[in-house]
Design a protein around this ligand. Structure first.
Ligand SMILES: NC(=O)c1ccc[n+]([C@@H]2O[C@H](COP(=O)([O-])OP(=O)(O)OC[C@H]3O[C@@H](n4cnc5c(N)ncnc54)[C@H](O)[C@@H]3O)[C@@H](O)[C@H]2O)c1
Ligand SMILES: [Zn+2]
Length: 373
């Protein structure tokens, strides 16, 4: 019999690709999504798979999540409030409480769920791992705000203060989260993993690196660097680089992330684990801006104006050994992925810049700071 899945956040970037892949693989799929306004400003997106059941609703609604969980074998929990938004309670409410309540409903109803896969994030780490000339592999803490105010962007060794070189971060690096979003991703991941062990339901937390690709919201100025830079350039505005633009991130094409979800569902090798999913390659953010400007043929230099976001890590490259051992291989490299994103964004029409307005909010709410002169 076909497996039955619930994909929460099934209209979003990652959730919708998980839905498509599962439908393609012959699963019976239900997608739950409240079409969060900031992400879906034009309402229900055209890409919702016709061969899946779509439930529009908020996972925080007890009745809705109860109905969504009816008759499913596996849960792909992708819904979350994510990014550098200034809210505090909403992150906790959607991500932490929403996940806790979903688990409680499973217990209340004694549902026979075979596995839960929860979308976690690289945001659970404080800072990427570093290599110190004296101490080798170190796990530095978040850079203090006083250091950033001086315009010192480097990551220093916690023992001797030497400048460290970024190296891939393994799953056993300390987690905690340095933003409200990061903290609630830790909540989600730990709630699902520890509860699964308690009740004997296999669970997997996938710590995604920066994910991008077709369907990434062109309306949300708080998350998704590739989408934000593209919408800026298409509006003839410069992409804004925080710090000096040399910070690095690990990028994953969304179809690879969907395949990681299917793998986690099908193998038992990842059960009970929090697993990094990424490319294993660190790319400077400045290079992303340059690549986009070159492919779009819009020659606008990025803006660097001494702004930074406290709590943001300097470097993060995922150590993907665990995922690879279980058979994970990303298929789409960054240049192909960016080309496919740009092909898609060109079909969207009416690309507006939402970043300028968000920028003021981020400054006023003290999410974005500026170096002291
Ligand atoms: N995109 C990335 O770079 C990235 C990186 C690491 C982790 N993640 C995680 O992956 C998951 C999916 O992210 P995404 O990039 O697809 O984001 P997205 O915003 O495109 O998708 C999230 C979806 O969840 C829905 N949603 C939000 N709140 C909801 C609620 N209360 N009830 C029902 N639906 C709700 C939204 O409408 C949206 O369609 C999230 O858990 C996110 O934290 C994403
Ligand atoms: Zn050292």
């Amino acid at each position: 019999m076909a497996k039955r899945a619930l994909v929460t956040g099934g209209a979003g970037l990652i959730g919708s690709h998980v839905v498509d892949l599962l439908v393609h693989e012959g699963w019976r799929v239900r997608a739950l999504d409240n079409l969060e306004l900031q992400t879906h400003r034009r309402g229900r997106p055209a890409w919702i798979n016709e061969n899946a059941e779509f439930m529009e609703g908020d996972l925080r609604d007890h009745g809705i999540i109860t109905a969504a969980l009816d008759n499913v074998d596996m849960i792909f929990h992708q819904a979350a409030y994510g990014g550098y938004m200034p809210e505090i309670t909403k992150f906790v409410h959607v991500n932490s409480l929403g996940t806790a309540q979903m688990l409680e409903v499973i217990r209340e109803k004694n549902l026979s769920i075979e596995k839960i896969i929860v979308a976690s994030s690289q945001a659970v780490y404080s800072e990427g791992a570093g290599d110190c000339p004296k101490h080798d592999l170190v796990f530095p803490s978040v850079r203090p705000i006083e250091q950033l105010r001086r315009g010192d962007w480097q990551v220093h060794c916690p023992f001797c203060g030497a400048i460290t070189k970024s190296v891939p971060t393994p799953e056993n690096a300390p987690v905690g989260g340095e933003t409200v979003y990061g903290l609630t991703k830790v909540d989600q991941e730990r709630l699902v993993l520890l509860w699964g062990k308690q009740v004997g339901i296999p669970t997997v937390a996938l710590r995604y690196a920066c994910t991008y690709g077709p369907r990434q919201s062109i309306f949300n100025p708080y998350t998704g660097v590739i989408a934000i830079f593209c919408t800026r350039l298409l509006n003839k505005l410069p992409p804004v680089l925080y710090e000096d633009g040399e910070q690095t991130r690990d990028f994953s094409f969304v179809e690879d992330i969907a395949r990681a979800n299917l793998l986690a569902a099908e193998t038992d090798k990842l059960d009970g684990l929090a697993v990094n999913i990424g490319s294993g390659i660190g790319i400077p953010i400045r290079e992303i801006a340059e690549q986009l400007s070159s492919i779009l043929k819009i020659k606008i230099a990025p803006e660097i104006n001494g702004e930074f976001r406290p709590g943001e890590m300097r470097h993060l490259t995922s150590d993907t050994t665990v995922a690879r051992t279980a058979g994970y291989r990303p298929n789409v490299d960054l240049s192909e992925g960016i080309a496919r994103y740009i092909d898609w964004i060109r079909t969207q029409g009416g690309i507006r810049d939402y970043f300028s307005e968000a920028r003021e909010i981020l400054r006023n709410k003290r999410i974005v700071h500026r170096v002291a002169r």
